[in-house]
Design a protein around this ligand. Sequence first.
Ligand code: CKU
Length: 605
Amino acid sequence: MLEYSMLYPRNTVSRRAVSLDGMWKFCLDEKAVGESENWQNGIPGQEVIPVPASFQDFYTEKDIREYAGDFWYEKEVFVPGEWEGQQIQVRFGAATHRAVVYVNGIQTAEHEGGFLPFCADATDIVRYNAWNKVVVKVNNELTVTNIPCGQTITLPNGKKMCKPYFDFFNYSGLQRSVYLTAIPKESVFDLDLNYELDGSNAKVYYTVHTTGESPVVVELLDADGTKAAEGNGKEGVLEVADAHLWKVRNAYLYTLVVRIVDDADIIDEYTQEIGIRTVEVKDTSILINGEPVYLRGFGKHEDSDILGRGFNIGMMKRDFELMKWIGANSFRTSHYPYSEEIYQMADREGFLIIDEVPAVGLFESLMNFMEASTGKQTAFFEKETTPILLKAHLKAVEEMITRDKNHPCVIAWSLLNEPETTNDSAVPYFKAVFDRAHELDIQKRPRTFALVMNSTPDKCKCYQFSDIVALNRYYGWYVCGGNEICTAEVMFRKEMDGWKALNLNKPFIFTEYGADTLASEHKLPSVMWSQEYQNEYLDMTHEVFDSYDFIKGEQIWNFADFQTTEGIMRVNGNKKGVFTRQRQPKDVAYKLKQRWESLPLDYKK
Ligand code: CKU
């Protein structure tokens, strides 16, 4: 059990959540002198920046954009007098990649991992009806003992620099919303939900975890606020007659109201939107409410101009509108769990999410996207430090599943992206991670991981762990691009025939395929990087997808162009977007729209 509740902050009759988003004081700590100079009591300078946001793209100095090390935030926070006697917390949606929190100079929390929430308890520290100082030391260095993996080097000028083993810019900072919350000392801590369908009726199994012993009552309200069912006790079953099911791109949300009561008094109340639906993998099918679904959609990133990886509410809205326009029904949160507001939106819009833990870069290479295609192996899991990495990985799996398990949109857990799998040492590591996910999720949703190019049917030692086999493949891009695309197709089919021969009786999906394309380039005849080539690449790829019955989904890489580390392989970022970074379509968007709108939901059922 985690030491803090992962429940999203809400206002109810017993709870208060005040947003601390806005301008925060900010400074870099190049010499790592913060603590010794007492910055926990107040950081130097007058610089301010927005939260939520990555700090990198606001400034004009390269040294700031590329900064690796500690950096500090500070905010004055007013704590109302009427909150006395409650539990007071500062709740961070994320701090990338690790943070230490001080309230009024006293350390209250420390958290490792940059893409999941944590709470700093300040109950015994805050001054009521007064201003309080929240100071956060954040650090963005990359190592092989935490996820995502990479290195941090020191340059001849003495400055540190991050070298990610992954293909996205190492944006960092307070990239998600921060809340000041007040909740009763006896409160709802966690919820577990599971569903069973029986014709038009549904059973909702619930378990409420609280911090005390007082009785619990629950109510299920339909979308109009009418009571659909009620229950008594911390555990029970709600029977819903003629239930409105949560369906793909046709969502229906109920609200579960959970109360801890003392006779007529409410000690605590928490509300949670839920969707009644089941998820199952049977033979080669992915079933939602018992009905087969063919996935179509994207691998995405949280990435936009200026804010970087900062949660961008306008961009979120635009992205969902584009995904609806193009006929998508799903996406993978490559390569880290996204901001919680994105899952709330997917719940509402009926999108299916493959939720990915930030376990990327478990393949020792600064250009694994290139090197994996050459068959390179790195024996990544043989390192002495692997047990430490595994511990961090398991913690992130626990935090992700605890945070996201009650979203109807989450239909699968992606537990690693493109790890080294060709070596026996990967096997026990995978087993630990996959077993842990199974144990934590009472809905027992399918588990998967994205297989890199060198994880082929003959070499991969880990595909058996996946309930859905997810392939990242670039035949026609990293392998035999351009005029050699016919060779790429032969190789692609040969690999797929290899998978077919294994007869795994599992669904396969493509979690990546794509070609870098400059929105500025048109070429007749096509050349690589032109919009025409992206179209031709997709024609070939789609033909292969359509030739194998066990392929049950396609999520193209990437939804939009996104920022990466600079280098000879990237032109101001990765350009495999179907949309530009400003969210306008490339030509290929119309092809995908045509295809995805014409494929039946249960294609290849
Ligand atoms: C993508 C071998 C493929 C790895 N995959 C990971 C993803 O993060 C990259 O952006 C490749 C690419 O475009 O190279």
